[in-house]
Design a protein around this ligand. Structure first.
Ligand code: AMP
Ligand code: ZN
Length: 480
């Protein structure tokens, strides 16, 4: 079976064909770092992680690029409202870059706890202003812009296929548009490429540009950075469904206007929302749950990862504490089954469940693995993939060694740390002794001012999924 993905552009399942055979350029819109990510945002990044891991499993060489928005994102995606970063900095009495640094770290702490693999390139908007200015100059040179009231706008009327991704009814757009606050726009859907200080008198971060001192619009950063790292056309772009009608629509318009090449991106993937009490979980409303709040309530971040994998990324997922509790119990039972299987595979008796496979005749491990792969290749069906894993663990007729190898192989995509579960108590003790010895070695290196040596121990442990946290009572460690 070929790898298929649901492409928002065209609204259909399509066989995945890359621009360069065997290689995938993937850009996922990253966080705006003005506050903590909420658990809905984290659904988007678990989706990206499953996509990347599934493509790699299917044999593709993937370059995953993610931006970090630290300038230019207003509370309304349509150039309305406050600048999210500036407002947050003002409220917290800090400067914008301090805020960005703090929440960027918090974001990557969360993604690490959720076993989300680090993208190959993480790029900050404030470090790519020159790339954005160059791209805007190309758009301008091609005749797609106008300057009004101190801002440079993209003129959507000049781009005939504007709105294709979102299936916008352009002829109705003026009548149907919300009351527009920006009187400089010729058309409600036009958007700012470059703001000068006309919008916010106290904008903290401004740069020189051909249009005056100012700062970029939010959409342009994703076009400029994705093209810088992936080329003028690439394979996959992803984000939540809220980005279809404005952010991604505008990214397409400005990118194709700059290069004249179409399609800019072949496949557009959008995850549905995680909802709380049937409402969109919104970062700007302030009432949202963070991963830390789940941890504080006694849940492991992987309980949440398991909960997310239980839903298909294109279905809305309703969050409740009861369903998180259900995921916690299901993951616990999974871990226990993996422990029992590992014991049987190593020749012990384990805790073998009652005989046979509840679902029917026993299959060999390879059959489960095949079905698991097919599920992922079928538009990333993690619920079906999880069902195959559970089926395999229920099937006591399956040869334990092969079954265990298949389970661990499946976990390369699921990211549930099942390898740890498979370790015997003796092996686990050995690992703990080794980690503690390395921590002692690192402390000695630090005392001797050998900071490079100390960092290299920290990094080598990190590469094994062991995170060190220095505190007043010494160094503590935990698994990522
Ligand atoms: P932001 O930091 O607001 O730019 O959002 C980061 C990512 O989270 C984007 O891809 C959004 O589309 C996505 N997102 C925002 N809210 C939710 C939600 N409740 N459920 C799933 N994804 C979301
Ligand atoms: Zn983006």
């Amino acid at each position: 079976m070929a790898f298929t993905l649901y492409n928002t552009l065209g609204r259909e399942l399509q066989v995945f064909r890359t621009i360069n055979p065997g290689k995938v350029g993937f850009y996922g819109c990253g966080p705006t770092v003005y506050t903590y990510a909420h658990i809905g945002n984290l659904r988007a990044y678990v989706t990206h992680d499953v996509l990347v891991r599934s493509l790699r499993r299917a044999g593709f060489e993937v370059t995953h690029v993610m931006n970090v928005t630290d300038v230019g994102h207003l509370s309304g995606d349509n150039d309305e409202g406050d600048d999210k970063m500036v407002k947050s900095a003002r409220e917290r009495g800090k400067d914008v870059l301090e805020i960005a640094g703090f929440y960027t770290l918090a974001f990557f702490t969360d993604t690490e706890r959720l076993n989300i693999e680090q993208p190959d390139v993480v790029c900050r908007a404030t470090e790519h202003i020159g790339d954005m200015i160059s791209l805007i100059r190309r758009i301008e040179a091609n005749g797609f812009t106008y300057f009004a009231g101190g801002n440079l706008y993209f003129d959507t009327a000049k781009f005939p296929s504007y709105g294709e991704l979102a299936l916008l009814q352009l002829e109705n757009q003026k009548a149907g548009a919300r009351i527009e606050v920006d009187e400089n726009k010729r058309n409600p859907r036009d958007f700012v490429l470059w703001f000068t200080k006309s919008k916010f008198e106290n904008q903290a971060l401004v740069w020189d540009s051909p249009w005056g001192k100012g700062y970029p619009g939010w959409h342009i950063e994703c076009s400029a950075m994705s093209m810088k790292y992936l080329g003028e056309q690439f394979d996959v772009h992803a984000g939540g469904i809220d980005h279809i009608s404005i952010h991604h629509t505008n990214e397409i318009a400005q990118s194709e206007a700059a290069t004249g090449k179409t399609p800019w991106v072949r496949y557009w993937l959008h995850n549905e929302f995680l909802v709380l009490d049937k409402e969109k979980m919104s970062k700007s409303s302030g009432a949202f749950l963070t991963l830390q709040s789940l941890i504080d309530a006694g849940y492991d971040p992987l309980d949440y990862r398991y909960f997310l994998l239980g839903g298909h990324y294109r279905s809305q997922l309703q969050f409740s504490w009861e369903s998180l509790e259900g995921a916690k119990n299901a993951r616990k039972s999974l871990v226990e089954k993996v422990k029992a299987l590992a014991a049987r595979a190593k020749g012990g008796r384990g805790n073998a469940p009652a005989a046979g496979n509840a679902a029917g005749a026993s299959k060999d491990a390879g059959t489960y693995l095949e079905a698991f792969n097919r599920a992922l290749e079928d538009d990333l069906s993690t619920p079906r993939a999880l069902a195959e894993l559970r089926g395999l663990l229920r099937d006591t007729e399956c040869e334990p060694g092969a079954a265990l190898a298949a389970v661990l192989d499946m976990d390369r995509v699921l990211g549930l740390n099942l390898e740890d579960a498979a370790k015997s108590p003796e092996e686990e003790e050995g690992v703990i002794r080794e980690i503690e010895a390395l921590i002692a070695e690192r402390s000695a290196a630090k005392k001797a001012k050998d900071f490079a040596g100390a960092d290299s121990i920290r990094d080598s442990l990190k590469a094994r999924g062991i995170i060190l946290e220095d505190g007043p009572s010494g160094t503590l460690w935990r698994r990522a």
